[in-house]
Design a binder for this molecule. Structure first.
Ligand code: SF4
Length: 378
């Protein structure tokens, strides 16, 4: 019998004003007015269809991501969150996050979001350098980035995050650190500081822009990481840094192999059942199909042979130790199944093991893909 992990809710808003050249998220350029209420109605109908999968479980966190969710009108967001709460029980004081783009930042809009129940905002700043923002296809400049960052810091939210990228085309060490210093100066409780990766099927994928070389990337990481530590942040995941008690609870639940219902275009879900099943769901990707009422596109049970890789792929992103009991409780497998793989990881110095937990080492983090490949049993 499986133990049920915490349950989160992810809500996808699939539109953006413009497609950024590096983006491979499920985002579609908005043509005309966003169908605010119509899309909210579909999201709630999608939740109605998934609702039986949750039984009597409560939602512990909500994350509204995209796309650009802050294109949603305050009225639509209010209807969405109250619709969610009338359909499924949400724990008191749940973390409720929304992603925002500096282009859409207006103080009235965010006060209304707060009034609707949002208590955490994540702003995709990416850079404070206007030339880099142009290169990234972002539709704001350095002043607007700072304005939005300042605005959110004054909203008296439970927490907020800035996304800042590094390793940008032709970026020097000093430029990358300057972005980070400016972000730190605004004192966000949480910073997602991540390296640009070039994904296939994006504009950057076909243009192949000139990126900093490996030595510069390493210097950026080492110096930036130290800047963050000196400023009082703790790294708790590959790209996530937080002040004390400001880790993103929603993302933590993903990485701890928690459960989530995913509603909206292309949203993914994972649900554990006491009978031993772990169900994964995917929703219809394109707004056109989704808004025809065809919500669930695919679903499948996660086979036992796939569970070790899926479990560790999430858990080893985190720097915290992995309780050995969690592997058994959340995958339904015995440790014997992966004993040989664990021993290899221990011998290679990727992991340390105690009677209670496994701890990924510095070497394990550097060779994360090799470590994870050990757990592909099929
Ligand atoms: S704003 Fe975000 S989701 Fe939209 S295109 Fe840019 S990176 Fe992608």
């Amino acid at each position: 019998m499986l133990k049920l992990p915490p349950l989160s809710l992810y809500i996808h808003i699939p539109w953006c004003v413009q497609k950024c050249p590096y983006c491979d998220f499920n985002s579609h350029v908005l043509k005309g007015e966003l169908p605010h209420q119509e899309y909210v109605d579909h999201l709630l109908a999608d939740l109605d269809a998934d609702r039986p999968l949750a039984g009597d479980r409560k939602i512990s966190t909500i994350f509204i991501g995209g796309g650009t969710p802050s294109l949603l009108s305050p009225k639509a967001l209010q209807a969405l969150l109250s619709g969610v709460c009338s359909r499924i029980c949400v724990v008191d004081n749940a973390e409720v996050s929304i992603e925002a783009n500096p282009v859409t930042m207006e103080s009235d809009r965010f006060s209304s979001y707060q009034y609707a129940g949002v208590n955490r905002i994540s702003i995709g700043i990416q850079s404070f350098n206007t030339d880099k923002l142009i290169c990234l296809g972002r539709l704001y400049n350095e002043q607007e980035a700072k304005y939005s960052a300042n605005l959110v810091s004054k909203l008296n939210l439970r927490s907020f995050n800035f996304d800042v990228m590094h390793g940008l085309p032709k970026q020097s060490l000093e430029e990358a650190l300057s972005d980070l210093r400016q972000a730190i100066a605004l004192d966000p409780p949480h910073l997602s500081w991540y390296q640009l990766t070039i994904e296939p099927y994006t504009l950057f994928g076909s243009l192949s822009p000139v990126l900093p070389n490996d030595d510069t990337l390493w210097d950026i990481f080492e110096c930036g990481h130290q800047l963050l530590l000196d400023a009082g942040y703790q790294q708790y995941e590959i790209s996530a840094y937080a002040k004390l008690n400001h880790q993103c609870q929603h993302n933590l639940n993903y990485w701890r192999f928690g459960d989530y219902i995913g509603i909206g275009c292309g949203a993914h879900g994972k649900l554990t059942f006491r009978n031993g099943c772990i169900l994964r769901t995917t929703k219809t990707k394109h707004p056109y199909g989704f808004m025809q009422g065809k919500y669930r596109d695919k679903q499948y049970d996660v086979e036992f042979a796939d569970r070790p890789f899926e479990f560790f792929m999430n858990r080893f992103r985190l720097l915290e130790a992995v309780p050995r009991i969690d592997f058994i409780s959340y995958t339904g497998l015995k440790e014997d199944v992966i004993r040989q793989q664990l021993d290899t990881a221990l011998i290679k110095g990727y992991l340390n093991e105690t009677s209670e937990c496994w701890q990924i080492t510095q070497k394990g983090r550097l060779f994360l893909n090799t470590l994870l490949e050990l757990f592909i049993l099929n």
